[in-house]
Ligand binder design. Structure first.
Ligand SMILES: Cc1cc2nc3c(=O)[nH]c(=O)nc-3n(C[C@H](O)[C@H](O)[C@H](O)COP(=O)(O)O)c2cc1C
Length: 338
């Protein structure tokens, strides 16, 4: 089994702990599509294309968002260990195939804000349960928007009645297109339901309640628990569209870091969040959504935010399974999840 090496002036145990923190990031269907190569002077973050979802995420955009979220966690963990992370995104020849390389950029003492974001990493979960009917304070909304801006992205708050109605239509339209796409449904079922011993995917306990046709927002069916009478979704969640300013891999990586900063900020405010990704996954609908946002912002993910009861953690692969040794190539796209 691969051993974690010392790097960036930190010992193997610290590096292992930093990679564990990185691996607690959210990922599409909990595929955890990231790998790390640890060298004395750097940590490389690579995409694991063996966990590519070819039908749901044909351009690997959500794969990069997920890796961006892991990168944000890694930055926090290194800061807590006194290392100022110097990140090169899409480093090219410097680390072929890597999405990012993190080096030691000097020392740092983590500030209170980053410390509380780091503390939120193991508490953050995707919460698909109905939310409590309660309004989010404008200060909390502001904190979420600021979190996206600090990571060079933008949080579009869906505020007006017209905006909400239009987004609901986009979600429903994309949801129905995906329901009719056998390959998308096969990918979803490969990562849901009862899979004893699974170290990826969404287990039933984290799946929320079964969505129904009459629900206001069309939620994806992760085979959650049957619904008891009166157990319905909240009527008025805060819905936000996390956007990047660029289309393409760099925008995706920045948006992934912003997404994680927004989610962790929500956690520090006692807020829960879940995703409504369908309208950004179906290209045609994504383009309509982009136009509806003014044509400049690039919609990357849609989040529903509110107050809820705690949900259990989803599983993760061990750090040893995430390590690439010096000569190992990252697996090419091969659908190893099937
Ligand atoms: C880019 C991205 C898209 C996602 N899309 C959805 C979605 O459409 N519906 C959903 O319920 N969860 C979605 N998720 C949440 C993942 O399923 C979740 O992060 C994963 O199962 C790990 O669980 P955790 O977030 O509780 O750690 C998405 C996550 C990411 C990073």
């Amino acid at each position: 089994m691969a051993q974690v090496a010392a790097a960036l002036g930190l010992g193997p145990e610290q590096i292992e702990s930093a990679l564990t923190t990185a691996s607690l990031a959210p990922s599409v269907h909990n595929t955890q599509p990231w790998r790390f190569r640890v060298r004395r002077d750097r940590i490389e973050l690579h995409p694991d294309l063996g966990y590519k979802l070819a039908a749901t995420d044909p351009e690997d955009r959500e794969l990069r968002l997920s890796c961006g979220a892991a990168l944000f966690n890694l930055r926090l963990a290194l800061q807590s260990m006194g290392v100022r992370p110097l990140v090169s995104m899409l480093p090219g020849h410097d680390a072929p195939g890597a999405l990012a390389v993190v080096r030691r950029g000097g020392t740092i003492k983590i500030d209170d804000e980053h410390r509380s974001l780091l503390d939120a990493v193991p508490r953050r979960r995707t919460n698909r349960r109905p939310f409590i009917e309660a309004t989010i304070d404008p200060r909390q909304r502001h904190a979420l928007a600021r979190a996206a801006e600090l990571e060079r992205s933008w949080l579009y708050v869906v505020a007006t009645r017209e905006d909400r109605a239009q987004l609901k239509r986009f979600v429903r339209q994309a949801h129905e297109i995906q329901l009719g796409d056998e390959d998308v449904q096969t990918e979803l079922s490969a990562f849901t339901g009862n899979r004893p011993g699974a170290i990826d995917g969404v287990p039933p306990a984290s799946a929320g309640i079964r969505p129904e046709m009459q629900d206001e927002w069309a939620f994806r069916d992760f085979q959650g628990s049957e619904r008891h009478p009166g157990k319905d979704y909240e009527s008025d969640p805060l819905v936000v569209v996390l956007c990047s300013f660029y289309d393409g891999p760099l925008g995706d990586l920045l948006a992934g870091q912003a997404m994680q900063r927004v989610l962790l900020t929500a956690t520090t405010h006692g807020l829960s969040a879940s995703f409504l990704s369908q309208p950004v996954e179906v290209r045609r609908v994504r383009e309509d959504l982009r136009r509806s946002l003014g044509g400049v912002l690039v919609p990357q993910t849609v989040l529903r935010v509110g107050f809820s009861t705690p949900v259990p953690a989803t599983p993760r692969r061990s750090v040893a399974d995430l390590l690439l040794d010096s000569n190992e190539h990252v697996p090419a796209s091969g659908g190893s999840h099937r």
